[in-house]
Design a protein around this ligand. Structure first.
Ligand SMILES: [Cu+2]
Length: 322
């Protein structure tokens, strides 16, 4: 009896709406059109700097290398794609809420086995994920690419809790250090690099795992002790100036003070700086010789405030006891 009545209802629905199949096809066509429109919008929007207008969608802006720009573009394009999909899905939800809101006790048409719809919501997510995967793989491969002969090679040596930067005459462990910059508790190490040249960073640690991070490079890589020698390369730095660098791996008590400064200067100034260092000048003297500030301008030296007795307002030295 129940089966029969539902059969009757279904046939009634079919006869009451002879154009249901056509409408469904038109609906699927409209959805496909919307999808195509969103894709076209995505392609056209990636041509302009939409990210800037929306604060980078949370991604840090101000990258100073072509690699950082590529990562930024990938992020912006992914956000726009996510927004397009989001708007499409939210639109469908609201449309269904309004179009199929309850109008009486009659059950609305139950749509099942709608092949175009099922095809759409199976294929569309696979397509979206594939496109995102493809562009991520392309950008990642590009960003971690290393050339055979970079213009400059710097060995980054991390230790608790400072940095040493060795300018090398080649790549790998067997190359020689031709000049060096060493940070101390009183002096922030200034890593001087040229603009417009490719730079290889080779990282090694004397003790625990650290992480070499200059936010403007939008690239961060762990500095490992032992045999692992992480490397990465930037094809050039586009902007001259001073940029603070940090350790981005919790490495011990004074991790937070493990800052350095990246000073990007013109290639001519860089050559003069290196020549001065090779001639035996200190980093500060060499910086002064090329007309640059001798000390870091963007960050302060190691300030542990060990000599300040925070718990006792008297002038007693910390650790002096009572
Ligand atoms: Cu560290």
């Amino acid at each position: 009896m129940v089966a029969r009545s539902s059969e009757v209802r279904r046939s009634a629905v079919r006869s009451a709406s002879p154009g249901a199949g056509g409408r469904r096809r038109r609906g699927a066509g409209r959805i496909a059109g919307l999808g195509l429109g969103a894709a076209a919008l995505l392609v056209s929007l990636t041509g302009c700097d939409v990210g800037k207008a929306f604060g980078g969608f949370g991604w840090p802006q101000g990258g100073i290398t072509p690699e950082s720009q590529r990562m930024y573009d990938l992020w912006i394009a992914s956000c726009i794609a996510a927004l397009a999909v989001g708007v499409f899905v939210w639109g469908l939800i609201f449309w269904c809420v309004v179009r199929y809101r309850k109008r009486g006790n009659e059950l609305p048409v139950q749509t099942r086995y709608n092949l175009p719809m099922e095809f759409l919501y199976t294929i569309a997510p696979i397509l979206v994920v594939s496109v995102l995967f493809y562009y991520t793989a392309v950008v990642q491969t590009d960003v971690i690419k290393e050339s055979k002969n970079p213009d400059v090679t710097v060995e980054v040596v991390a230790f608790k809790w400072n940095w040493q930067f060795n300018y090398r005459d080649g790549q790998g462990r067997d190359a020689n250090t031709v000049a060096s910059v060493l940070g101390t508790s009183e002096v922030i190490p200034v890593l001087v690099l040229p603009s417009g040249r490719s730079i290889r960073f080779e990282e090694t640690s004397r003790d625990v795992i650290h992480s070499f991070w200059v936010p403007e490079l939008l690239f961060k890589r762990d500095v490992m002790p032992g045999n692992v020698r992480n490397t990465f390369e930037v094809s050039r730095i586009d902007q001259e100036g001073a940029f603070v660098g940090r350790c981005a791996e919790l490495c011990g008590s004074y991790h937070a003070f493990m800052n350095f400064e990246l000073r990007v200067v013109s290639p001519e100034k860089y050559d003069q700086f290196l020549a001065a260092k090779k001639a035996g000048k200190s980093t500060q003297e060499a910086l002064g010789a090329i007309g640059e500030p001798e000390y870091a301008t963007e960050t302060k030296p190691f300030d542990t405030r060990r000599d300040v007795n925070n718990f006792n307002p008297s002038d007693a030295q910390a650790g002096a006891g009572s």
